[in-house]
Design a protein around this ligand. Structure first.
Ligand code: ARG
Length: 464
């Protein structure tokens, strides 16, 4: 006898009228959550193994259903399953397809679970894998950064504050600043994995289940680190999604800052770098143009991921416990964030390896704009003057040089003496660009030795 009662929905028992056509379309999430099919099948297989072990269903039934689920998986992979709004989401599609493959026994699969703990499990299985992939991609990007730093160890560029030339720094030191930023991103994702790696299945709709489920066994089959402790929290928790997107937003902000710099550096005004033709595009009207589209797009996509963060935070704000249908909307921002961060990291890793550095332009830029003013003050301090006074003298030296359209090192010794009797001939050797770099030996500073050590340490950490 066909035990299906009510309308044709899997949950249709208490309904006497069919779902409105527009509502069916509106309610469906299959277009988005179909990408969870592998996780869903993996979770269902673990659930069946657990149920057989605990004699909730027979071993024979479990074996039939596991074989059936593997067939369903093949069918989905071969595009043999037609997705339709009437079956709502991926969970319903898989159960329906299983019925077609294995017969009525498929109706036992959903014993002792709910779609609420099922979807929480699926997203966690999916995100655990993706987070690990993203961490690997970020390591790959760091390798590009460190390789570039290593091959340009002694290149000197102006360091900026307020986007005004400030003090000379090693280009490799500047790159290693990004290495540090992405190192923190990796740490954040690794830490977030601890919260993702929690197994919610067996908490059912919200209250737990009357069946003797062995959640510890399910956890082991699925290789999760721990089982969730509170059934209500298990089905309503999306902290791990918010956390993931928030870390992704920070990583994207880091990419956007690098993008902004690459875009600036590749202008004819700066001309510090040339981005390879393979990572730029032309203009349809201006034949001379070579645009840094990749960097611009990544900069733009940071906005999109930040938008996803605002989406998920707003979605979860004020939601009463436990599951609410609003939460179906968590997947679009999550999937989009995963996709965006992955493609941006991959494309950046390749682009970086295809950038040419114009060492001479960078060095020349250090000669203009009084980047040695601080060092002139330091020189006076070395001759016994208090720093505040030295700062004032160096400031007057800048004003004086500006007036004469000179750089500080072009001032004559008489002009220097007019500013301070403490200044001697040795000032010229003191305020050279190379000396400015090599004197910055404070830990974490830009001296040649410091940066060489930092690059070597990073290379070691990355196994380069
Ligand atoms: N498609 C739903 C989601 O993604 C699955 C959970 C549905 N649960 C329910 N009680 N309607 O959130």
């Amino acid at each position: 006898m066909n035990e299906r009662v009510g309308n044709k929905k899997l949950w249709g028992g208490r309904f006497s009228r069919n779902t409105d056509e527009l509502v069916e379309k509106f309610n469906a999430s299959i277009d988005v959550d179909k990408r969870l099919f592998e996780s869903d099948i993996e979770g269902s297989i673990a659930h069946l193994k657990m149920m057989a072990k605990e004699s909730i269903i027979t071993r024979d039934d479990a074996d039939t259903l596991i074989k059936g689920l593997l067939k369903v998986k093949k069918k989905i992979e071969n595009n043999e399953i037609l997705f339709s709004a009437s079956l709502e989401d991926i969970h319903m599609h898989i159960e329906d397809a299983l019925g077609k493959v294995s017969g009525d026994v498929a109706r036992k699969l959903h014993t002792g679970r709910s779609r609420n703990d099922q979807v929480a499990l699926d997203v966690r299985i999916y995100l655990k894998k993706e987070t690990r992939i993203i961490i690997e991609l970020l390591y790959g990007f760091q390798k590009s950064l460190v390789r570039m730093a290593k091959s340009h160890l002694d290149v000197i560029m102006p360091g900026y504050t307020h986007l005004q030339r400030a003090q000379p720094v090693l280009f490799s030191h500047h790159l290693m600043a990004y290495y540090e930023m992405f190192k923190r991103d990796i740490e954040r994702f690794e830490d977030c994995l601890k919260r993702i790696d929690v197994m919610p299945l067996g908490t059912a709709a919200l209250a737990g289940t009357t069946y003797p489920v062995n959640r510890e066994f399910t956890r082991e089959v699925l290789s999760f680190a721990k089982v969730s402790d509170n059934s209500i929290d298990s089905v309503s928790d999306r902290d791990f999604v918010m956390e993931f997107i928030s870390h992704a937003s920070i990583a994207m902000i880091h990419f956007s800052r690098l993008s902004e710099e690459l875009i600036l550096w590749s202008t004819s005004e700066f001309s510090f770098i040339t981005i390879s033709d393979s990572f730029t595009t032309g203009s349809s009207i201006m034949p001379q143009k070579k645009n840094p589209d990749v960097a611009e797009l990544v900069r733009g996509k940071a906005g999109r991921v930040i938008g996803n963060l605002v989406s998920i935070l707003t979605l979860m704000k004020s939601l009463p416990l436990a599951y609410n249908k609003d939460m179906q909307e968590d997947k679009e921002p999550l999937f989009d964030t995963v996709d965006t961060l992955k493609i941006c990291t991959s494309v950046y890793t390749r682009m970086l390896e295809n950038i040419k550095i114009h060492k001479d332009r960078m060095y020349d830029a250090c000669k203009h704009g009084f980047l040695n003013a601080t060092d002139l003050a330091d020189y006076l301090v070395s001759k016994g003057m208090a720093f505040r006074n030295a700062h004032a003298v160096a400031g007057r030296a800048v004003a004086c040089a500006l007036n004469m359209k000179k750089e500080l090192n072009d001032l004559s010794i008489e002009e220097f003496k007019d500013l301070s009797e403490l200044i001697e001939e040795d000032v010229y050797g003191f305020i050279t660009i190379d000396k400015m770099i090599s004197r910055r030996i404070s830990y974490g500073g830009t001296s040649f030795d410091n940066v060489k050590n930092a690059v070597a340490k990073a290379a070691g950490e990355l196994g380069l």
